[in-house]
Design a protein around this ligand. Structure first.
Ligand SMILES: [Zn+2]
Length: 316
């Protein structure tokens, strides 16, 4: 073999090796160890998917059923969602009453491990202190959609850490081989929340106790964490669209009490907030509903923007 031929042969061999390595990496069941495929995880909403990616790292492939910046209370699952749930090893759900649409999805997917209480089911709300648990009977006729209390707890970054811990427990159940990696990722996520929390608190501290009006009750946990006060909502009840009567009564009481901060979640129409602007001279601010809304890329940038938008509303 000439030198030239030898070089060509080595090149060909290494190219073949690369191709084989790629094949092993993308084909489940072929090869072992490093070539193992990522485990499939389904989350119900983008924030839970994002936190799951942080904890799962390179060992997981995560898909969110709800699309960013769409109303999470009302999701039409697609046939492809059923297939994803059917082949997932883990599902991360918000729990409480947010995903009433999930029961039908789980039934259709018939993946027994993912049913509530199964090894592949993560209730991300485990351990949180629920707000706004109704004290009286709520019926469908009342239209109030928060029948088990307010389910929007991931807007509180401390509860982001609770979610990460619940996800960690789920990953340890279904994929104990990567336990050390999952624990390290979880600790890194927590440390980043703690690091940023100092800055977030400093930005909102000057407005402690100040009242805020929002569209839906999305930010109740966020407001509580940062010492702010939910004054009212454009919706008369969670899930009931605003009405002229409700909004004009709200404007009167805002004027009386000197309330100046109005924040509209990015999924909602702004016509009612515009009405407040015209009648009370208060400019509203739009805050992100989801990771992925208003240019946010991950849970941290989502929280960064939320804090800065509330600060903007409160500094008026
Ligand atoms: Zn809600």
């Amino acid at each position: 073999m000439t030198t030239k031929n030898k070089t060509t042969s080595i090149k060909t061999t290494s190219m073949l090796r690369c191709a084989l390595a790629l094949l092993l990496a993308v084909t489940p069941g072929l090869g072992a160890g490093r070539a193992q495929a990522a485990i499939n995880v389904v989350a119900t909403v983008p924030e839970l998917a994002e936190i799951t990616r942080q904890v799962g790292g390179r060992n997981v492939s995560v898909y969110s059923i709800a699309r960013p910046n769409r109303d999470y209370h009302r999701v039409d699952a697609l046939p492809s969602d059923v297939q994803r749930v059917a082949r997932a090893k883990l599902i991360v759900a918000g729990g409480m009453d947010l995903e009433l649409w999930m029961t039908a999805l789980l039934n259709a997917a018939a993946n027994r491990n993912l049913n509530r209480g199964g090894s592949g089911y993560v209730d991300a709300s485990q351990g949180i202190r629920r707000l706004e648990i109704p004290t009286s009977q709520i019926t469908g006729a009342s239209g109030d959609i928060h029948v088990e209390g307010n389910p929007h707890y991931w807007y509180d970054p401390i509860y982001g850490k609770f979610i990460a811990r619940n996800v960690l427990r789920g990953l340890l159940r279904v994929d104990p081989a990567h336990a050390a990696e999952y624990r390290a990722n979880y600790l890194r996520f927590n440390a980043e929340i703690d690091r940023r929390m100092t800055g977030w608190k400093a930005q909102l501290a000057p407005y402690a106790g100040r009242p805020v009006v929002t569209y839906h009750k999305n930010y109740a946990y966020f407001l509580r964490r940062f010492g702010l006060r939910e004054y009212g909502n454009l919706e008369p009840k969670p899930g009931i669209p605003p009405s002229a009567g409700h909004v004009s009564a709200l404007i009167s009481s805002m004027k009386r009490d000197g309330v100046r901060a109005v924040v509209v979640e990015s999924i909602y129409p702004t016509r009612w907030a515009n009405l407040i602007q015209r009648q009370a001279g208060i400019k509203y601010v739009v805050a992100p509903y989801s990771v992925g809304a208003l240019g946010t890329r991950d849970y941290f940038s989502f929280m960064d923007l939320m804090v800065s938008r509330f600060k903007q509303a409160l500094s008026r």
